[in-house]
Write a protein that binds this ligand. Sequence first.
Ligand code: IMP
Length: 419
Amino acid sequence: MANIFLVGTHWGDEGKGKIVDVLSQEASGCVRFQGGHNAGHTLVIDGVTTILHLIPSGILRDKCLSIIGNGVVISLEALQHELQDLIDKGITIDEKLYISESCHVILPTHIALDQEKEKSLGKKSIGTTGRGIGPTYEDKIARRGIRLSDFFDESNLKDKIKKLMDYHNFLLKNYYNSNEISVDDTLYNLLNIFNEVKKYICDVTPMILDVSKQSNVIFEGAQGTMLDIDHGTYPYVTSSNTTFSGLISGTGIGADKVDYSLGITKAYTTRVGHGPFPTELTNQLGLDIAKWGGEVGATTGRSRRCGWLDCKILKQSIELNRINGIALTKLDVLDNLEKIKICIDYGPIDYKTFQVEDIEYIELDGWKTSTVGINNFDNLPENARKYIKTIEDISSTPIVMISTGPSRDQIIKIRDIFK
Ligand code: IMP
């Protein structure tokens, strides 16, 4: 039995959804602890694609509880849409989904403020998903936010939402010269949705503790290490702790309950949104990798920037998240390449130009043959095995899983991490 923390080692979109899905077969719980519906986890099961933004990927398994911890910010509208989509696909939700009453709620004014702020930053914008994530966390830290628990006391909720939205509307009107949003309409809409979903809301910490003592639990990180508010490429980051510390504060369980940290690393590196990206390929090859890898954001539909695997960041992620093993994803995307580079080091990042000095790469021969769907390590071409071994040597960390395609069965399991 083991409780496993899954974290993207770079800027998100490493393919966590698929790895969670594979592992959830043997798990009784799948827990989200930070972020919101800015995340996008794509799962392909029997040829059917499901994209989850808010609900933990374990929901697709009959015997797995899906738990949203207190560190997550909730859009009630997004939750309602996602639930409807799952119900339409015939997936059972009741008695499988639990949401912390301490989650903060995203208001329409948070979304408007997020988008207005981005507009006002012009070329220096962060490239947020525009979903109100940052402003909701701002209000949480300022101790004026609205939690799901507030919805259980309607008259108090009205006062709280009015006070907060008056402040937001003041900013929207007077600072951003934009439209105000109706408090009454907001209350009406949110209360309607709340009444539909309140059966899922409770104190989840004891439940997480309980399940984690008895059976395998997966803690599903969203975004990636370099988007962490403290340790990422600030200010081009998201507004939560995406790393190991976020798991602890975002669930209320102790660090000793986590037995294994699995870093999810894509065989190359990608980033959506703005900000530094030392190994970015701004040439045709970058576009080709994006095409082969289908590198389009699951949440925003934006193209992802592509580059060589950045092992300097990988090593930082391993330290920050106490990573024990790596799941290497999308190996097959590199099948066509004659030569493949791995970045091992560079000097400090200049946050004005996003440039780095003294970037060092090692170059390896590609394997030029399809690895799609291979599920036995020994069947990989020799040069692919060399690529994997090189990453293990540089990072001093074992690669325990390799993904060779989007489906559940396109996976090489080198070690059973639950044992
Ligand atoms: P926000 O989280 O919407 O505030 O966006 C902040 C930054 O995080 C932007 O660069 C986004 O593109 C990025 N981001 C947010 N969620 C994800 C994700 O799930 N994958 C990759 N990047 C993300």
